[in-house]
Ligand binder design. Structure first.
Ligand code: MSP
Length: 498
């Protein structure tokens, strides 16, 4: 399987992070933790960070009465603190205002300019500041942004353009020839269809300094700064490599798997591979676009006042319950509806009733029948139900690998469903085996074998859920020790809806 480089988007720091941002990072973290189990920590690199240039940041800084640098220095702390709170196991955090990034962007621009892939032209059109996106006359109706519906600004200025159009055929063919390059399949079809029915225009990659000063200066035109998307995408290489004297890019980790939201598919699936192609760097290993979390079917936004804070959810339900909900409730790639009601439902059924109950009753029986000593299996032969459980424990890691291997659909939800199937088999086994009768009838060998199997289930579950719910896995391992138990409070006490 080799090396595994996984990235998250770089988040804009003009506002506080919300559950949508936390979703991408939790998913990427889960995948990274899973891959570390598989190929060793030294072969996995998880990158996250912040996108700090552009008009949006300049405006937000002005409103906060701070310089852009002071403003971003302050805002970035909110992201770092949140990732710490969510236990995101990133290996590196990159800010686009760091020197290592700025020098890489300038080197890339120099190479592209020297090769004739960047040219100067007059730009006339419409600009959406909140989306940091240009729109051609033909793409809009009225004077609002087709994406976010907010008012557009008319601009007319001399700017530098990157020859996207020159590489359109190459990209179309590349996507055709590499079925798992853009995932899931619906997103691949979307990009492929777009390329077939539209002619790409070249991308305006500069802003005149008079209009925007907060950006990376173009090395060949000090009067311009770099368009924020052109700057930000390059983080995926600036964080893990450099250009050598011959303008060749060298990196231990590249190419990476980009986990993104579907809202930024076009930039990642069209601009970015073309930028790399023009720089003579390999395309990303994959681009995976997940869906959106909606609140009562609509988008979260400051103006609607429905933005949910991840910290508030963690404070209320606990970190692992929050992670579990996000990863379990919706198949990765699809949209979902976020509500506290839905979290409580999952919490009470899957966590309190299924997992919590299995652990608690196993510990209680070990305490009651074996004075806290974990019993050996002994000579006993299991019945059909017991044998099925043993078989399932053996098969599960393979089933999960099918859902999470590097070319898969990263179906976290199905993984958890499979793990819970084992938990439920074990709970059913308890009910059907009636261990209290075995104890009464002094069938001690059978009781030992029976409880031993439950312990095996709990240990397997702990290992399998650890990428999803690292704290729960640790708590389970603490409570069911190697030989002795260490029973604590129930991990997931039921939430009373009232
Ligand atoms: N700065 C750009 C990305 C540059 S990457 C080189 C950007 N930043 S962002 O702060 O707006 O965050 C974007 C990402 O946050 C989305 O792609 C998605 O991963 C996540 N989400 C933001 N809102 C979301 C939801 N409501 N639901 C799920 N994820 C969403 O775009």
């Amino acid at each position: 399987m080799g090396k595994f480089y996984i990235t998250t988007p770089l988040y804009y720091v003009n506002a506080s992070p919300h559950i949508g941002h936390s979703y991408t990072n939790i998913a990427a973290d889960c995948l990274a933790r899973y891959m570390r189990q598989k190929v060793g920590a030294e072969n996995v690199w998880l990158l996250t960070g912040t996108d700090e240039h552009g008009q949006k940041m300049q405006k937000a800084a002005e409103e906060a009465k701070l310089s852009p640098q002071e403003f971003t220095d302050k805002m970035v702390l909110q992201f770092k603190k949140l990732w710490e709170g969510l236990d995101i196991s990133y290996n590196d955090f990159i800010r686009t205002t760091e020197e290592r990034h700025i020098s890489c962007v300038q080197r890339a621009l120099t190479v592209l300019y020297k090769n004739g892939d960047i040219y100067l032209d007059k730009y006339e059109g419409w600009y959406c500041t909140p989306c940091e996106t240009f729109w051609a006359e033909a793409q809009i109706q009225g004077e609002n942004c087709p994406d976010c519906q907010r008012p557009l600004e008319k601009v007319s200025e001399k700017n530098y353009f990157f020859k996207l159009s020159k590489y359109q055929d190459w990209l179309g063919k590349y996507i055709e020839g590499n079925a798992d390059f853009i995932r899931p399949e619906t997103r691949r079809r979307e990009v492929s269809g777009f390329l077939k029915s539209n002619k790409l225009s070249d991308l305006c990659i500069s802003r005149p300094k008079e209009r925007l000063s907060w950006g990376i200066p173009l090395p060949f035109s000090p009067g311009h700064v770099t368009y924020v998307w052109f700057d930000a995408l390059l983080n995926y290489i600036s964080a893990v490599g450099t250009f050598n004297k011959n303008d060749e890019y060298e990196s231990k980790w590249w190419p990476g798997v980009h986990i993104i939201g579907k809202d930024i598919l076009r930039q990642h699936a069209i601009y970015w591979p073309i930028m790399l192609k023009a720089l003579n760097i390999r395309p990303p290993a994959a681009i995976f676009a997940h869906g959106w979390w909606l609140i009562e079917q609509s988008k979260m936004s400051k103006s609607r006042g429905n933005v949910v804070s991840p910290k508030a959810m963690v404070d209320k339900f606990g970190l692992d319950a929050y992670r579990y909900f996000l990863l379990r409730d919706v198949p990765f790639g699809q949209d979902g509806n976020f509500s506290e009601e839905a979290i409580i439902k999952r919490f009470n059924s899957d966590l309190a009733n299924d997992l919590g109950n299995l652990l608690y009753r196993t510990l209680t029986m070990i305490e009651k029948y074996f004075q806290g000593n974990v019993p050996e299996k002994g000579e006993i032969e299991y019945n059909k139900q017991g044998k099925d459980i043993e078989e399932k424990i053996k098969l599960l890691p393979e089933e999960i690998a099918d859902y999470l291997h590097p070319g898969s659909n990263f179906n976290f939800s199905s993984c958890l469903e499979k793990i819970w199937a084992l938990i439920n088999m074990a709970n059913k086994f308890v009910e059907d085996s009636k261990p209290w009768n075995l104890a009464k009838e002094k069938k001690i060998d059978e009781l030992k074998g029976f409880i031993h199997l439950l312990v095996e289930v709990v240990r397997a579950v702990s290992e399998l859920i650890s990428p999803f719910m690292p704290h729960t896995a640790m708590a389970i391992d603490r409570q069911i020790g190697k030989d002795r138990i260490n029973k604590g409070r129930p991990l997931f006490p039921r939430i009373d809806r009232k």
